[in-house]
Design a protein around this ligand. Structure first.
Ligand code: PHE
Length: 360
């Protein structure tokens, strides 16, 4: 099988190098990587192999795949460039060939990339998907019930001051709510926790869900506060969960995105829908606990909010708190990215500032 791979690589490498047009290259690409391509179908043979053989063939296959892919990509650039050259070298009036510009074309990488926050979202989803979490969507325009009431935050309760809320009103009256949203004053969700009750209503425990999305607050915008921002949250309900699981999840996540030397710690913090509630600190990624300007000399940075889902909330969602317990854990993407990437002003995320974009 190793020989087979070797021959495949050699013969296709020759074909790729001698391809003259982009069309020819596309054909070769499909022969290898199309639906029935030789590389695409190759792993089908793996099941016939002994473990020891697989140890040799597996890496060889990956290597062959990579090198053919990059050979095609390189040749594609060469063909493109020779096309440009042809056009540029054609005598046309006063136009002269600018060889410096040609060199530039050759080395130019593809421009543009996903927004930093979008890239981060993918990282987060990948990390938690590995632990069996699936994505859940909850509406950005929601009722007071889901955003507050059912989360153990009744009207006029002082805890509402934790969230500066944007209510949606029409002529002084609440808008009629759609079928999906139970009656109640409409608002722009202040946190992804509005998903908690929807998940509990829809699913029977045990479940592991994650929610990513926009949230809105009536903020005075400054370097650390935006009115529109992204939050991430997990809602995890099972038998026998405890703060130990919560600490584990926190550490797992910090290490996935900051590096293996970042520890997590919990400290008491109040959120009405969890009991106990916790502020989740990560060891400061700059000073590794020694104390620096970023962490204000503490050695730790508060990166997330979390807790064991309050029995009242579980009950509101039809779950028996004597049988099941739940973990809710969430954070703001912007804040965490600011720490990781050394971004000083949260407003830059939506500014389209080219200086900022070039840096990343
Ligand atoms: N929803 C909280 C906030 O926006 C964060 C949080 C999520 C806290 C999950 C505890 C559990 O401030």
């Amino acid at each position: 099988m190793d020989d087979h791979l070797d021959n495949l690589k050699k013969s296709y490498q020759l074909d790729i190098e001698s391809a003259k047009t982009l069309g020819e290259l596309d054909k070769l690409f499909l022969e290898l990587f199309g639906k029935n391509g030789k590389i695409t179908l190759f792993p089908k043979n793996f099941s016939k192999l002994e473990k020891s053989e697989l140890k040799v063939v597996g890496p060889l296959f990956n290597q062959t795949k990579k090198s053919l892919e990059s050979a095609i990509e390189e040749r594609r650039e060469e063909i493109k460039l020779s096309g440009f050259k042809k056009i540029l070298e054609e005598p046309l009036g006063l136009r002269t060939v600018n060889s410096a510009a040609l060199k530039k074309i050759k080395t130019k990488k593809r421009q543009g990339h996903m927004h930093l926050v979008t890239q981060f979202e993918e990282e987060i989803i990948r990390a938690f998907a590995k632990l069996g979490f699936s994505q859940f969507e909850s509406p950005q325009i929601d009722s007071d019930d889901y955003n507050f009431e059912k989360l153990n935050i009744p009207e006029n309760h002082p805890a509402r001051d934790l969230w500066d809320t944007l209510y949606i009103e029409s002529g002084g009256k609440s808008l009629e709510s759609s079928e999906k949203i139970t009656p109640g004053k409409l608002l722009l969700r202040t946190h992804t926790s509005n998903s908690q009750m929807r998940i509990m209503e829809k699913m029977k425990p045990p479940f592991r869900q994650m929610i990513l999305g926009r949230c809105y607050r009536y903020e005075n915008v400054d370097a650390r506060h935006e009115h529109t921002f992204e939050q991430f949250e997990i809602v995890y309900v099972d038998k026998g969960l405890s703060m130990a699981n919560l600490l584990y999840l926190s550490e797992y996540f910090f290490q996935a995105i900051f590096g293996y030397d970042v520890k997590a710690r919990l400290k008491p913090k109040y959120y009405p829908f969890v009991e106990p509630g916790a502020g989740v600190d990560g060891l400061c990624i700059f000073c590794k606990g020694k104390g620096c300007k970023v962490c204000g000399g503490v050695g730790w940075l508060e990166l997330a909010g979390a807790g064991m889902i309050h029995p009242t909330v579980l009950r509101n969602g039809g779950i028996d708190p004597d049988v099941y317990s739940g973990i809710a854990w969430g954070f703001g993407l912007g804040r965490m990215l600011m720490v990781r990437e050394g971004i000083e002003d949260v407003r830059l995320f939506n500014s389209g500032d080219l200086k900022f974009l070039n840096k990343y």
